[in-house]
Design a protein. Sequence first.
Length: 882
Amino acid sequence: MSIKNDETQCPCTIKDSKKEELSFLLPSFPKQNDKEPGKEDLNAMSFYAINNDKRRIYIQSLESLALPQEYKWYWIDMAEDLAARRFIKPGSHKDKGLAVFTSGGDSQGMNAAVRAVVRMGIYLGCKVFFIKEGYQGMVDGGKNIQEATWSSVSSIIHKGGTIIGSARCHDFEDHAGRKKAAKNLVKLGISNLVVIGGDGSLTGANLFKEEWSTLLKELAEEGEITIDQVEKYEHLHIAGLVGSIDNDFCGTDMTIGTDSALHRIIESIDAIVSTAYSHQRTFIMEVMGRHCGYLALVAAICSEADFVFIPEWPPEQDWPNKLCKKLLQERLMGQRLNIIIVAEGALDRNGEPITAEKIHKVVVEKLQQDTRITVLGHVQRGGNPSAFDRVLGCRMGAEAVMALMEAKPDTEACVVTLNGNQAVRLPLMECVRRTKGVAKAMADKNWNLAVQLRGKGFARNLETYKMLTRLKAPIECTNPNKESNSPTLTKQFTLYGQSCHYTLGVIHIGSPSCGMNAAVRSFVRNCIYRGDKVYGICDGILGLITGKFKLLDWPFVTGWVSQGGALLGTKRAPPKEDQLTQIAQRLKEYEIQALLIVGGFEGYQTGLTFINARDKFEEFRIPIAMIPATISNNVPGTEFSLGCDTALNEITEICDRIRQSAQGTKRRVFIIETMGGYCGYLATLAGLAGGADAAYIFEEKFNIKDLNQDVIAMAAKMSEGVQRGLILRNENANLNYSTDFMQRLFSEEGKGLFSCRMNIIGHMQQGGSPTPFDRNLGTKMGSKAVEWFSEQLKKNTDANGKVTAMDADSAVMIGIVRQHYKFTPFAELLEMTDFEHRIPTYQWWMKLRPLLKVLAKHESTYEEEGLYITVEEMDVDNDSLV
């Protein structure tokens, strides 16, 4: 951030409330040099409130801060965010009427959103109602509109579908039906609606809002309501949440239910692969999505499908020949099975449907392959919601309530969406128009526009899929200058038909995590496509020293995406100073010109070590990049690491099972210990996704009073009828308040009220099969790494072909930061790292902890995260991670 001193503006010192907010954050600062910022430092700060609408704040004088240098970057970042921070106190919107309903097709995660709406509404002092059976319940009224309580949404977060029901309603399409609905709402004092559904449901809600004043006048004239009621409820406010497995709504990266549907699809494909392999079969999988190909496209990437048919990008006219050529090519390269995925709305270039039956006929007639059709159908809508959908539902539900509470009479209806990793509020009808624009573009056969309107994330997925499934046959390419007696392959494949001109290496350093193999596969195939060759370095630094190099070719990495762990092998130990000479010799021996590290905090430390060794060893003067891969999500420079989503789902599933045990036993509290080192990401997000009562982490200090307060909260909860409790604890949350200590404390203090058990999950958190999120993210990060290496190698290669990279930006961390993929130099990350505790000094997910506490009925101040932006602003900012 640039420091700006604008004398035309009037400087203003921080108000007391701002000082309190800053003071509240002080405990999260790392202690370095035994100095921590104090209140005198806060008093020394002065700000310019400039461009507040753009969420910026300028520090008048950085030098005036009595802070060590390590803190300055953090204070700048915090000052930048301060203007956007909005803290909401409990009971701040008393007696407002609020209702929530679900409409259209159901999707997993809707219950999480309903729960968040109800509890956030009650937290703010609102009177909250369920409208059952969607718009039909609103029209019928009576028992279909019931007041919601805190306990009425207990134990629903893990359930699929919607507990309040959903139905198609033709009555609401008529003016008379909408008038009945308005009457039912006004009678109960409801003038704020949260609608969870697709574009049709949201469009209906907007029409209802536009007609609201007219409907009330008609009702008053008919004597159905009073003039006082007309005046009191003259404005209807609408906030929409997109609940749909299709992910067909423009303006959001993910709709509620999409990730869970992908889980069902990938689980089905993984199960079918084994039988397809046994019988050398071809399987045609038909997936849902209506006229949107997102599910089919991402499922194809995550399952290494050989061919995919989607509505937005129809195949060429001779698709039967291309399909058969591709399938035959895979079989000739030794593959025993083929997977073809077809979206239910797939079309050809003439707009004619492409069905699974049509594809089956082509494959059988042309290739005589044993071919089967599997239509997944409504299985995709079923099952428990994924951790991603639960957290998404919680965040969106809470933000929808805040949007309604802040709405003014002239505020247009908004929809809460996901932009990168940020919850944002967009104009509802602007998004609906964009969504309908996709259908028009497809009707006009303007396929490029259709893909563009789907968003950058969709376009990136399509680009990645096309690159990884090229139809050109690989050819052999050898390196005549390289002779090695080590156990490596001497054959390489390229899709360019040209000599391999760069040699890259890839290595794992750190604990295994799901998504590592997907990243390596993507990296290898992208490199081969560009004409380069890749050595896989087995078993981490030890393998690098002992020369365990393996030349990776195109078919070698087939099937890697679905595999958990690290197939190249990995070790946690970073290199020692006395090993650098041996490492340099190996890099020279194999002529490594660029190195990709895929790993955790140890990989980050390794990158720093290699950079520091550049002055002494020229072998380290090569581009170095790292893809963060650790379940702990504790690597600086990124908001997500590969593997953390899989681990989160594992923990969430275990929490569901433990909750079931607690409910059966009655009056039982479980304390669950998660991994993560000193990073509380897993405990916090699993607490949110699992509906936990508390999550104790290292970053947020706690004492015996806090523990005792939770004992009291558990006792109160048991007396209210919810006879189970769930508390999560990060493994290094506190040295003295161990899991065993907490279990004994709760057992003693809760004696006679409840019993307590503890469960240490352990290494099962590292997961089995990677989730679709980790598979997709790993694939994209591998592709991004190759793009970056290509630029760096061109930039740092001299006329003789020698690579010399000494700039700080030639060694980077590839990460997701807000809405973007970002390449952050390792040198810049030093200031952002607490090396003692192996965590970043700033962690985005800490802003979700107030929401966790609010939904668990703790006394807390909620920090709002939703931003009002336009669809155009989102297009500029967003580089979707899904």
